[in-house]
Structure formats: structure tokens, C-alpha cells
Design a protein around this ligand. Structure first.
Ligand code: PEP
Length: 319
């Protein structure tokens, strides 16, 4: 089914940007760690997994396999799920879970439960809205604005939509990202191809067009996490193989390097979403350009979500 994407680049040659030294890609910005501007993120972000040259120093924990310099990031998208009782149980499971320290963790409850979650969830885990209107609000039935998200204490918006159909729609989603950033929120910017686009060998083109829509709109990438979510993998139980995900992630990082800057390419987290679960997360996490996950279904089970958060350990080897 899926054409090898590696073969789509440069007429079948390997992506040109990455060069490898041992287990990790060489990157000049060793000290840069990405963080959201939100203060709590700033306070915690510097413990992140860092890029080290295989020939030079190693962190005491012997971290490997991370091409970017940003901290591992796991988001749980609860979508339109839950009742007051089931949310209370999920929050209680999350509160009692043991989570690795060097991971940014965010959950996105349905808007109606944000206050409940905010008042009961451990502050180890950040809270995000799901999607948002493009501006400050008004007569837009069923939408929430970034402003109301910010006011309720959530700070991240997962921006999804049919990015791949028309330029107008892509530009609309780009504008939503820009507005959310202007309100001091972070953004999880979702990109990804449909099955027919993958089968037609258009995965890179589609993802790059979507990246361009965000790049054209956002003034800075500091508070943006990119989520590669192939549409065919979302909620279907069909997860991308680690190699399929890695080749898109490395291409997206390369796109950032060429079209934005080397620094942004290094600092921006590129996370994978699409049927991630407790069983497949470790193999995916080992891929060096996978900086974390956006999790739907499996984020509704506290212990399984904790397993996914803790898959950061598969990026580490004994010192
Ligand atoms: C998602 O909603 O972002 C998602 C990836 O869902 P799932 O993990 O259920 O495929």
C-alpha cells in the first residue's frame, strides 16, 4: 500500500539534511530547549532530553535517539468523550500515575469539563482546549475562542481540520494558530495526509503545504508543537510503522530547517499521532525524530496514557 516516502524525496535518494554520528543526528544547537512561553513550561523545560554528539559528552542518563533539542511531549486528546463520573475516574488515575519527569504532559478534555479537570487534576499535567475559533469570539455557534480557553486556564489548542483540501481552509487553520499564539496559548498544529494521498505518493507534498500554511501565519514557532497525524491512522487502529512515521518526521524537520531556520527545526517538537497505544509507543518513541505523541483513544485510560508518557525511557540507554 504505502509507497516508501524516502523514495519520494529527491527522486529516490535519502533526505539530504540529516547527517548521523552514531546514534544521533548532528545538530549545532546543543543548548536550545524548546518551551512554551507559559511560565510553568518555562520552569520545567530545561530538564529536557538533549542532543549530544556521540563523540563528546553524554548526559548522566545516557540519552540517545533524539534529533531535536525539545523536551519529549505527550498530549491526550479526550475529544468528545466522558461524563462527570468517568472524567473524575480518569483524573484520579492520572493523579496517581507515576510519570517520568522529563516529559511535558498535556490533556485536552471536552471544553465543558475543563473547569472540573482544572480543579481536580495534578498540576504536573497541563490542560488544553480542543480547537478554537479564529478570532476573539462572537456569534459563532458551537465554537470556543482562544480567549475563553485562556481565561479558563487552559493554554494549548489542538488545531485540526481538513488541512489538505483547499488553500482557503489551510489558511483559516493557520490564522487560528496565529490568534491562539497572540493570546498567549501554545498550539499543537496537526498535519497529515489522507490514505489516497499517501497511496498517490503525495504525502510529503501534502504535509509541506500544511506546514507552509502554519509558517505563513505564525510569527514565531516558540509555542508550537507540530503533530504529524496521518488521517488514515487516526482512530482507526492502524498505526504508522515507526519507519513510516520517522521518514515523515525527518522530512518535516528538514522542511523547517530549509524554510524557517535551523534553530526552529531543532527546537520544534514533532510528535506523532494516530492509534498510539501502550503496546506500540516504545518502538515509535525510539525513532529519533519522534519527539512525543498526540494520543486519542488510549488517553482515556489513565494507566495506558502513563505508559505512553513513560515511553520516553525507550529513548534512553544505560550510560
Ligand atoms: C487524535 O485524536 O489525535 C488521535 C490520534 O486519536 P487516536 O489516538 O485515537 O488515533
Amino acid at each position: 500500500m504505502a509507497t516508501s516516502l524516502t523514495a519520494q524525496i529527491s527522486g529516490g535518494t535519502q533526505p539530504s539534511a540529516p547527517s548521523f554520528s552514531g546514534l544521533r543526528r548532528i545538530c549545532p544547537k546543543l543548548d536550545a530547549a524548546v518551551s512554551f512561553s507559559h511560565q510553568s513550561f518555562l520552569n520545567r523545560v530545561n530538564s529536557s532530553i538533549r542532543l549530544v554528539s556521540s563523540s563528546s559528552h553524554r548526559s548522566p542518563r545516557g540519552v540517545v535517539a533524539m534529533a531535536g533539542s525539545g523536551k519529549f511531549f505527550v498530549g491526550g486528546n479526550w475529544k468528545c468523550n466522558g461524563t462527570k463520573d468517568s472524567i473524575a475516574k480518569l483524573v484520579s488515575d492520572l493523579n496517581s500515575a507515576t510519570l517520568e519527569a522529563d516529559v511535558d504532559v498535556v490533556v485536552s478534555p471536552p471544553f465543558v469539563y475543563i473547569d472540573q479537570v482544572k480543579s481536580s487534576l495534578t498540576d504536573r499535567i497541563e490542560i488544553s482546549g480542543q480547537n478554537s475559533w479564529v478570532g476573539k469570539g462572537g456569534a459563532f455557534t458551537a465554537w470556543n475562542s482562544s480567549k475563553t480557553s485562556a481565561a479558563s486556564g487552559s493554554f494549548l489548542g489542538i488545531l485540526k481540520g481538513d488541512m489538505s483540501s483547499e488553500k482557503r481552509m489551510r489558511s483559516f487553520i493557520g490564522k487560528k494558530a496565529a490568534y491562539a499564539l497572540s493570546e498567549g496559548l501554545g498550539v499543537i498544529a496537526c498535519i497529515g495526509e489522507k490514505l489516497e494521498e499517501r497511496e498517490a505518493g503525495k504525502t510529503f507534498d501534502v504535509c509541506f503545504e500544511q506546514m507552509k500554511a502554519f509558517a505563513d501565519a505564525v510569527p514565531s514557532w516558540d509555542n508550537v508543537v507540530v503533530a504529524y497525524e496521518p488521517v488514515w491512522a487516526i482512530g482507526t487502529g492502524k498505526v504508522a510503522s515507526p519507519q513510516q512515521a520517522q521518514e515523515v518526521h525527518v522530512a518535516v524537520r528538514d522542511w523547517l530547517k530549509k524554510n524557517v531556520s535551523e534553530e526552529v527545526a531543532s527546537k520544534t517538537r514533532i510528535i506523532y499521532g494516530g492509534s498510539v497505544n501502550g503496546g506500540n509507543c516504545a518502538e515509535l518513541a525510539k525513532q529519533e525524530d519522534i519527539d512525543g505523541f498526540l494520543v486519542g483513544g488510549a488517553s482515556l485510560k489513565g494507566p495506558e496514557f502513563a505508559t505512553i508518557v513513560n515511553s520516553v525511557t525507550s529513548k534512553k540507554v544505560a550510560a
